[in-house]
Design a protein around this ligand. Structure first.
Ligand SMILES: NC(=O)c1ccc[n+]([C@@H]2O[C@H](COP(=O)([O-])OP(=O)(O)OC[C@H]3O[C@@H](n4cnc5c(N)ncnc54)[C@H](OP(=O)(O)O)[C@@H]3O)[C@@H](O)[C@H]2O)c1
Length: 300
């Protein structure tokens, strides 16, 4: 379960309704979801706090050992890393973090000392495993000597850059893959009537050079949703589930959306249908300027 929605940020999910979040998280638990993914950056700690407090309410029926709590920090110099972890532990109402990620690479902070600090923490009782997020394959390879156990990366039709090569590398190096944004931050859900302040409006697929390829992909999703009698979002998710990631993070704003998303696990697309969607996603990938190396066009 992705927990970004519980603390909106950067123009995404900033009008999220708290009572919807409560119903959603409780429904996730009742549905058997046990892996919760948050970050210090989501609502400046609000998502961590909300997730921790809500999970604590279930602590009598769902023991801590049954849960996987993952959070992410930004690159900072060594001693600051431990401070950040203590803050996350407090917000998450827990004694340990199962997966601690470095959220983004950085061009201003040297990465090896940060990874050293994370690896040291993984030797303590505070952190079980470490991971990196948004590390392109070449960068991931260059940190092959670190005990990185998880890689978090997009798993959606809007951003399939290096997806297979990265999965292969991770498999060979016993790194678990965690796919995020299976609906392309909700863009692959059939609703393009986005509010002016919605950060999704600025994503590259709406740019002049990419819009044609995006529309072609979208047309195919629409077509399949008619054939399979399900929503466009469910077709997008069925493609994401078929990519073989070790974990897929579902994002939702309401219990109803999560119900739909879980149900999409049972939608089977044929090998041909999957290939056709992948081909259209590759066309879309070709429209992205070489200088853009992540879906958000985030400059590290
Ligand atoms: N490491 C990273 O940098 C990174 C980046 C992104 C995400 N993540 C993680 O991955 C998680 C999932 O990513 P995401 O939230 O971007 O997931 P997503 O599945 O791509 O998008 C979720 C959004 O899609 C819409 N939606 C969800 N289910 C729907 C349905 N059944 N029908 C129609 N619309 C639906 C909702 O937004 P609307 O209703 O507003 O359209 C929802 O907020 C995050 O919560 C976070 O934990 C990590």
């Amino acid at each position: 379960m992705g927990c970004w929605q519980f603390g909106g940020s950067f123009g995404f999910w900033e009008n999220q309704d708290r009572s919807d979040s409560i119903k959603l998280l409780h429904y996730a638990l009742r549905s058997g979801i046990r892996h919760f993914d948050t970050a210090q950056g989501y609502g400046n700690g609000e998502s961590e706090q909300f997730t921790g407090q809500q999970l604590k309410r279930f602590s009598k029926s769902i023991g801590r050992e049954e849960l996987t709590l993952a959070t992410k920090i930004l690159a900072k110099n060594g001693p600051m890393v431990r401070k950040d972890v203590e803050t996350s532990l407090r917000r998450l109402c827990t004694d340990y973090i199962d997966i601690l990620y470095l959220h983004w690479p950085s061009s201003t902070v040297s990465i090896p000392p940060v990874l050293d600090a994370l690896a040291e923490l993984a030797e303590t009782d505070l952190v079980r495993s470490i991971g990196v997020s948004n590390f392109p394959l070449a960068l991931l390879r260059s940190y092959g000597d670190y005990p990185i156990k998880y890689l978090q990366m997009p798993c959606n039709l809007l951003w399939i850059h290096d997806i297979q090569e990265t999965q292969r590398y991770c498999k060979e190096h016993s790194i678990q893959t965690v796919g995020y944004s299976p609906l392309g931050l909700g863009i692959l859900n059939g609703n393009h009537a986005l509010a002016p302040e919605d950060g999704r409006k600025n994503l590259y697929c709406y740019s002049q050079q990419s819009y044609g390829a995006f529309k072609a992909l979208y047309g195919s999703l629409e077509d399949l949703s008619g054939k399979k009698q399900c929503s466009i979002a469910q077709i997008s998710l069925a493609w994401a589930f078929a990519q073989g990631f070790d974990h897929l993070l579902l994002g939702a704003r309401t219990k109803f959306q999560l119900q739909q998303n879980i149900a999409s696990k049972d939608i089977n697309l044929s090998a041909f249908q999957l290939q056709e969607l992948t081909k259209l996603a590759q066309e879309l990938a070709l429209s992205v300027p070489k200088s853009q190396d992540n879906i958000f066009n985030h400059r590290w």
